[in-house]
Design a protein around this ligand. Structure first.
Ligand code: PHE
Length: 339
């Protein structure tokens, strides 16, 4: 492009433009470019001062043309610098490389089962209540009508902290805790850890989980218990499961039963998993003993109820076909990640 040499207010515009273009081309960083912009186009630059002093049209046009060319040069240089910067980043960082996989955790299989159990009870209109793991002998045994001679009271079976305090051996303590503070009707379930001095084996660990259900209302019978149990088992294991009830003894229920569920693996025909019986022992249940109601201040003439309890770890083992419940406690990710 042809340029005309103009001298305005003693400024050699041509020399000024050459100098400015040189500085712009030489700017190798954005900061340097900014400096050049301020120096040649800023408010106090020679060019701006000349523009302010201009009186004739021709000089004004010439100066403005220089200003425009310098602005365009700065913009172009800026784009160039940006591109160089991007290229440098691009070389340092290969955005097409696959990212490092984020390892996502999930709930422990026992927690998953606990949540499911809670959902089933909530669906039945039960309330989930919390109870404590460190308990009094009263809540774990006495209030539950446990005879003083009962073997489970011994130091060999139960973890005592002192003569009055222990780690609860079952969630039936939650029945007492709830009834002591509330009036019937009650439909509650309590879930948590329990402790027994058992030798670890594929079928038992000294620390495991139980769920306890308690219903107290008027005219509750064994039939209500069986109906609730059937519903629970089928919701948990599937519609085709059968429940078998056998008579048993618990100090806090009368009558008392033990209940079994058909084996998840063979469906009841008998296999290694169920030791060829076709059944799995799930837990204990019964109609609340009047002595228990008396211990918590309920009138046994007015109120009746049922209770049942079962081991969560066993349910989880059954559900997943795990042959050894100790696996739930070993925290071996190779096992846990499968569920
Ligand atoms: N607490 C009993 C146990 O741990 C189970 C049970 C609960 C039995 C409620 C009857 C009623 O074996």
């Amino acid at each position: 492009m042809e340029k005309r040499s103009v001298t305005v207010a003693a400024v050699d515009v041509e020399a000024l433009e050459r100098e400015a273009q040189g500085a712009i081309a030489a700017a190798s960083t954005r900061a340097a470019l900014d400096e050049a912009r301020i120096r040649y186009l800023g408010r106090r630059s020679e060019l701006k001062q000349a523009l302010r002093g201009v009186r004739d049209r021709e000089s004004g046009m010439a100066l403005n043309a220089v200003r425009e060319r310098l602005e365009a040069a700065i913009d172009a240089r800026e784009a160039e610098l940006e591109l160089t910067e991007l290229k440098r980043l691009d070389e340092a960082l290969d955005v097409t490389l696959p990212g490092a996989p984020l390892r996502r955790g999930h709930l422990h299989p026992l927690t998953q089962i606990i949540r499911e159990v809670e959902d089933i009870f909530l669906g039945l209109g039960y309330e989930i209540v919390d109870s404590r793991e460190v308990e009094t002998v009263w809540h774990n045994f006495d209030a539950l009508n446990q005879p003083l001679t009962h073997p489970s009271r011994s130091h060999r079976d139960t973890f005592y902290i002192d003569a009055e305090t222990l780690l609860r051996a079952h969630t039936s303590t939650g029945q007492i805790r709830t009834m002591e503070t509330r009036r019937p009707p009650l439909y509650i379930a309590t879930i948590g850890r329990v402790y027994r001095r058992d030798t670890p084996s594929p079928r038992s660990t000294p620390n495991f989980h139980q769920v306890e259900a308690l219903a107290v209302d008027r005219e509750i019978t064994l039939a209500d218990l069986k109906g609730t149990l059937m519903h629970f088992v089928r919701a948990m294991f599937g519609e085709d499961r059968q429940v078998r009830v056998r008579t048993n003894y618990f100090p806090f229920t009368e009558p008392s039963v033990e209940f079994d569920v058909t084996c998840f693996l063979c469906g009841g025909t008998g296999c290694v998993f169920c030791r060829y019986s076709g059944w799995f022992e799930m837990g204990g249940a019964g109609v609340v003993d009047p002595a228990v109601f008396e211990n918590v201040g309920y009138d046994p003439e007015e109120w009746s109820g049922f209770a049942w309890g079962l081991g969560i770890d066993r349910i989880a083992a059954q559900r997943h076909g795990i042959p050894d419940i100790r696996m739930f406690w070993e925290n071996d990710l190779r096992v846990l990640e499968q569920f």
